[in-house]
Design a protein around this ligand. Structure first.
Ligand code: 13P
Length: 207
């Protein structure tokens, strides 16, 4: 991917995610990382998604060195960098504040495996990462601790993190996290929920 293609992809998926209400206001952030070039392209901090353009994206190294950018990078760039450094298979990250999933993060609980889609798309349940001060690398370090064999997690009192080999993949995972949280909330209001058994989850994973 060229840097221009990376800028375009981050811009397009940020607008799409905003339109889907995965975040409100200027919250949330997305990035892609090209290992070969050692280049991350990330959304700028606090720029409205309605007017954002590919040229507004910030191009930087994982140590924070800015290569190109008219704006400051997302305040969570260290979180993105920490995940890319710890998980080389990851090339795209989306951080949302989608409301149903973030409500679970506020309850300080993960989302149990209640739906079949959670197995192929998310690897099972959505775990909760411990709270860390926003803007610090610790947010990413705490997420990495719970992301083994998972493609997304909740950040305590903060939001959602989804990872993937592409933004398309990270985005659909963020969508499924919100969907699972919404359905789980409705089901819990209806009565006791039944989570999928470990045997059924294993059967789905391994046939
Ligand atoms: P930025 O606008 O700096 O990306 O921050 C938004 C956010 O969601 C912080 O968690």
């Amino acid at each position: 991917m060229t840097i221009q293609e990376m800028r375009q992809a981050v811009c397009d998926w940020s607008k799409q995610s905003y339109a889907e209400k995965l975040f409100a206001g200027t919250s949330g952030n997305l990035s892609v990382y090209d290992k070969e070039q050692d280049v991350m392209v990330i959304t700028p901090t606090s720029v409205p998604y309605e007017t954002i353009t590919p040229e507004d994206m910030v191009v930087l190294r994982l140590d924070g060195e800015i290569l190109e950018g008219n704006y400051r990078p997302s305040s969570e760039w260290r979180m993105h960098a920490a995940v890319y450094q710890a998980k080389p298979e990851v090339s795209a990250i989306i951080h949302t504040h989608s409301p149903y999933a973030t409500a679970f993060a506020v309850n300080n609980r993960g989302i149990p495996t209640i739906l079949i889609e959670m197995v192929p798309f998310l690897g099972g349940d959505v775990p909760l990462a411990k709270f860390a001060v926003p803007g610090t690398r610790a947010v990413g370090d705490e997420a990495v601790k719970v992301l083994a064999e998972r493609t997304g997690c909740l950040l305590a009192n903060h939001g959602v993190l989804a990872i993937g080999a592409s933004l398309e993949q990270a985005h659909i995972r963020a969508v499924y996290i919100e969907d699972a949280a919404k359905i789980c909330s409705i089901a819990m209001a209806n009565g006791p929920i039944v989570t999928m058994s470990e045997a059924d989850i294993a059967a789905m994973k391994h046939g």
